[in-house]
Ligand binder design. Structure first.
Ligand code: R5P
Length: 294
């Protein structure tokens, strides 16, 4: 007040009005112009320090039934929860197996349909109110580019993105790769890009040779699925190469819960994703923690 009183009629004082303030960019690729709710939820799934995430995928039962390693969800999953940045699962697994007190962001499996017993990917979507009830930090939708149900699954993504953005819930586009598809950079770039352009906030796909091309041609973050069970060191190599080629994290299932020591494996994966460990150091970590776990 004293300053104002002391000002003469035409004296100019700089209050900073009109001077552009440089805004700090959001830490995830392509999401700078998204709204607050989306950014808040993505910041729960991804670690803002590293810009990466370790998502634990255990949604396999919705199409595979009680697959190996997940026969007893109640025994397999709880020990892994502390080491995951986020949980990707169905509403059935969430309600039955994950204690709400775990306080982990959930990427809810939002599409479902045919199983391994028939032709995959003929899917419908859930109700967005269910995602709100489950406090989902993201919703995951299967998209089968080039497959029999391409149009239906792309439409599912479009509707999911419409509903997701209405409530600021990010959408994970999951590229379903049919047996007839070649998992190369050309196909996975197309599938990932189709997901992003149709509204996916982030994309899950598979690692491949020339993965940099897949990452560079996708305008939003990519996480990789682990795929079929590999020997532990090879699975860690897969993570290492994916992260070095620009993946923003992993959404890994079988290579964790089918491991000889799942608790050690998820920590070794974390070492690569968040601490930039080499494959040798991460594998040593896996072996050391496996011994301790016995
Ligand atoms: C696939 O449809 C599911 O969404 C899985 O969650 C996904 O494939 C990741 O699991 P995995 O690492 O076992 O491939």
């Amino acid at each position: 007040m004293a300053d104002l009183e002391g000002m003469k009629g035409n004296e100019k004082k700089d209050y900073g009005i009109g001077i552009p303030v440089k805004k700090e960019a959001y830490f995830l690729k392509g999401l700078d112009h998204y709204d607050w709710g989306i950014k808040d939820r993505m910041s729960r799934i991804f670690n803002a320090e590293t810009g990466r995430t370790v998502m634990l995928a255990f949604d396999h039962g919705y199409l595979m039934g009680p697959t190996s390693g997940l026969e007893r969800l109640d025994l397999a999953i709880p020990p892994l929860i502390p080491y995951a940045d986020s949980l990707m699962c169905t509403r059935g697994a969430l309600r039955s197996t994950v204690p709400p007190t775990a306080n982990k962001p959930v990427c809810l499996r939002y599409s479902s349909g045919t199983t391994v017993l028939t032709e995959l990917n003929d899917e419908c979507i859930l109700d967005i109110e269910e995602a709100v009830r489950m406090n989902a930090s993201a919703i995951a939708i299967m998209v089968s580019v080039g497959g029999t149900y391409e149009a239906k699954t792309v439409e599912n993504l479009v509707r999911t993105a419409d509903y997701g953005y209405k409530y600021s819930i990010p959408v994970l586009g999951v590229t379903a790769v049919g047996k007839e598809m070649v998992r190369d950079a050309r196909y996975l770039s197309t599938a990932s890009r189709v997901c992003a352009e149709n509204g996916a906030t982030f994309v899950k796909t598979y690692y491949c040779d020339d993965f940099v091309k897949v990452v560079n041609s996708c305008p939003v973050p990519i996480v990789i699925a682990g795929g079929k069970k590999l020997p532990e060191k090879e699975a860690l190599e897969l993570c290492y190469h994916a992260i070095n080629d620009g993946a923003a994290g992993v959404d890994m299932g079988r290579n964790v819960f089918q491991s000889d020591c799942p608790v050690a494996m998820i920590q070794a994966v974390r070492g690569i994703v968040h601490q930039n460990l080499t494959v040798d150091r991460a594998y040593q970590m896996y072996k050391d923690l496996s011994v301790q776990a016995k």
